[in-house]
Design a protein around this ligand. Structure first.
Ligand code: NAD
Length: 425
């Protein structure tokens, strides 16, 4: 466990689900939603808690716990990633599933919200152990998933190989290949071009829109990335190739800094080779607290929840915080950033590029007709920039925070669908 993780776990008073509920209430109040409608929308529809006995390479059986939560299917099948991490709890999965519901509605794709997770440390497991655990988990959640019901995707410490094993396990029970049961698959199994970089690319498009709104040029802007994984490194790469300076980046094992800008292609290669950003040549090592407090135009939290809270939000000097991660700022952290005039691009908008291209992948799988990469990028850019403009309009018209504005857009759309569907008597 890194220093940052230990601090985060002792200081976080509220859970991610508490934050999700609190943010729901703020938006529901702004939308004047009745208690009846809130009761129909707020809580998860279905929760599955599974036990996974897995044979480890030693021959012994280890028990893991996993979850799949469907928060809402009001607007379509549940959609959301699967996380493998030692910190996974039911509370966290419920929060992530709730955010997925509002996120799919913000970008107006016909999905509800879901999420899954297994409490495990994949860094300490072999490939064969990971495969056995994944297949066991896939068969345990089999009653819930399917292309028309609930479609998993990668999240923290899961990837396209894990999606391939889930697709295979599901398909074996049906007797024919069903690629549409998961997204974020390898291209060879019906994955979409552009899916791997979709979240980071979407972050880039919304940061571009925010910078345009605030009249901050991307060229020459200083950028800090907390969590140099899939989402964070791709956003960094796009900002770097558009002449911003990524001056600092971190992962669970270290933080690196160069006031003149890190060499991002070299940092990606260094992380691939060594497993982390630490030890990057021509960069100095700094602490996680120093990283968040750096002078910069753009800060991208792209690791885990609750990274910016009451204890450190006051130190943030960025003009724009682009939430690549889900729930990286607590409600208390939010209030401090708002008071200090920091422009926050909320997670359910900023990182919605991933689920948007997952939707494109699902459409391509269902139609057996595959698109070119540029086609995916063009459609993604349109969706992200239109959604940003819709949220910005609510922010300006209603004088609420960007987070409440995004929640108003998402929750408003889910409320409309829920009320139209009505209740089974
Ligand atoms: P990832 O596993 O590829 O990357 C996560 C990175 O965060 C890793 O480099 C890890 O070392 C680092 N990290 C972990 N703990 C840290 C800490 N305490 N301080 C600094 N760095 C730390 O995962 P990802 O897919 O990039 O997901 C990152 C975030 O983005 C998550 O919150 C996830 O829910 C969100 N997200 C991802 C996608 C997607 O499509 N990948 C879509 C939407 C949202």
């Amino acid at each position: 466990m890194g220093v940052f993780e230990m601090e985060a776990s002792t200081q976080a008073v509220k859970t991610a689900y508490d934050s999700a509920m609190e943010n729901f209430d703020l938006a529901a109040d702004a939308l004047n939603l009745s208690v009846d409608v809130r009761n129909m929308l707020k809580y998860p529809e279905r929760i599955l808690h599974v036990n996974l006995p897995v044979r480890m390479d030693s021959g012994h059986i280890q028990r893991f716990e996993g979850y799949r939560v469907q928060h809402s299917t009001a607007r379509g099948p549940a959609k959301g990633g699967i996380r493998y991490h030692p910190g996974v709890t039911l509370d966290e999965v419920k929060a992530l599933a709730t955010w997925m519901t509002w996120k799919c509605a913000v970008v107006n794709i016909p999905f509800g919200g879901g999420k899954g997770g297994v409490t495990c440390n994949p860094k300490e497991m072999t490939q064969t152990e990971l495969e056995r655990m994944t297949r066991r988990y896939a068969s345990a959640i089999l009653p819930l998933i399917g292309p028309e019901r609930d479609i998993p995707a990668p999240d923290v410490y899961t990837n396209s190989q894990i999606m391939a094993w889930i697709m295979d396990t599901y398909s074996m029970t049906k007797g024919y290949p069903i690629p549409g049961v998961v997204t974020g698959k390898p291209i060879a199994l019906g994955g979409s071009l552009g899916r791997n970089e979709a979240t980071g690319r979407g972050v880039y498009y919304t940061v571009q829109s925010a910078a345009e709104h605030l009249r901050i040029p991307i060229k020459g802007a200083k950028v800090v990335v907390q969590g140099f994984g899939n989402a964070g490194s791709i956003a960094a790469q796009l900002l770097d190739s558009n002449q911003a300076y990524v001056i600092a980046a971190s992962d669970s094992r270290g933080c690196v800094f160069n006031a003149n800008g890190l060499d991002i292609p070299k940092l990606i290669a260094h992380k691939e080779k060594t497993g982390g950003v630490a030890g990057m040549p021509n960069a100095e090592s700094i602490s996680p607290q120093e990283l968040l407090a750096l002078e910069c135009e753009i800060l991208i939290p792209a690791a885990l929840e609750n990274a910016i809270d009451a204890t450190n939000a006051g130190a943030v000097k960025a003009k724009i915080v682009g939430e690549a991660a889900n729930g990286p700022v607590t409600p208390e952290g939010d209030a401090i950033l708002e008071k200090n005039g920091v422009f926050v691009i909320p997670d359910i908008l900023c990182n919605a590029g991933g689920v948007t291209v997952s939707y494109f992948e699902w459409v391509q799988d269902e139609q057996h007709l595959f698109w070119e990469a540029q086609d995916v990028y063009n459609r993604l850019e349109r969706v992200m920039k239109n959604s940003f403009a819709e949220v910005l309009k609510i922010y300006l018209d209603h004088k609420v925070s960007m987070r409440t504005a995004a929640n108003m857009l998402g929750i408003g759309r889910v409320a409309e669908a829920t009320v139209l569907r009505g209740l089974y008597p």
